[in-house]
Design a protein. Structure first.
Length: 239
């Protein structure tokens, strides 16, 4: 007697079998999901700091390329890529933007000076390092010429003069005291004339840069000037 073959479920109903199989796969197989990981939102303070940096950098670039009179708040906002309202939330007036440019440049200058003095020990080495840093400041970025534009404009812009006076006073006080102690114990009566002479030369070079004078010629002129002024700095050292 032959074996009795038991029919498998739905053996004679192929369409039902396919439907059942698809249904079971959909139940047993977890659905594919795409996880969207959102980037963490920056804090308000970080967004504000970024906006301020962009505004200050835009203002410095425009001051260098267009001058103070042609640098408008609308132009600064456009160049910075921020709305006029966002800019004026941080800097309500053009004069306050200019004060921020001066502060930014002063901080950049101090950072560069400190980096230059890291590996120096003697006073002559420090003087040489600072002169090298000054040339870098003059050539690196638009900030130096921007400060010259601001300082010249203060003569005829009373609002600008009022907004920048306390900033410049703090910068000068700090720089005079800090630089004199970093180089050596140079007394104020010796150091101040040397610093004024240094700043005068740098401002003159900045104007020459703006006029399009060849950089190689300016570098040669700077080297000649440094060789002369270095002698006076060495004389002023109390060593």
């Amino acid at each position: 007697m032959g074996k009795i073959r038991l029919p498998r479920p739905f053996e004679h109903e192929p369409q039902v079998t396919r439907i059942f199989s698809v249904a079971m796969r959909s139940v047993l197989t977890p659905p594919k999901t795409t996880l969207k990981i959102k980037a963490p939102r920056r804090k308000q303070s970080e967004r504000s700091a970024q906006t301020q940096r962009r505004v200050v950098q835009a203002a410095a670039c425009l001051l260098q390329s267009q001058g103070y009179a042609a640098t408008t708040v609308q132009g600064i906002a456009r160049h910075a890529g921020v709305s006029l309202g966002a800019m004026q939330h941080h800097f309500p007036t053009k004069a306050q933007v200019m004060a921020a440019v001066l502060r930014h440049y002063a901080l950049k200058r101090v950072r560069l000076y400190r980096h230059a003095l890291q590996h120096t020990t003697t006073s002559p080495q420090k003087i040489d390092a600072l002169f090298k840093a000054l040339w870098t400041l003059l050539c690196q970025g638009p900030e130096f010429m921007a400060t010259v534009e601001i300082e010249l404009a203060r003569r005829s812009d009373t609002e600008l003069a009022a907004a920048t006076a306390p900033v410049l006073a703090r910068i000068d006080t700090f720089m005079n005291r800090w630089l004199a102690t970093q180089i050596a114990d140079i007394t104020p009566d010796k150091f101040m004339p040397l610093r004024v002479l240094t700043n005068t030369m740098l401002r003159g070079l900045a104007v020459e840069f703006a006029r399009g004078t060849d950089k190689h010629i300016l570098e040669q002129a700077y080297a000649m000037w440094v060789s002369l002024l270095r002698v006076e700095y060495i004389k002023a050292l109390n060593i």
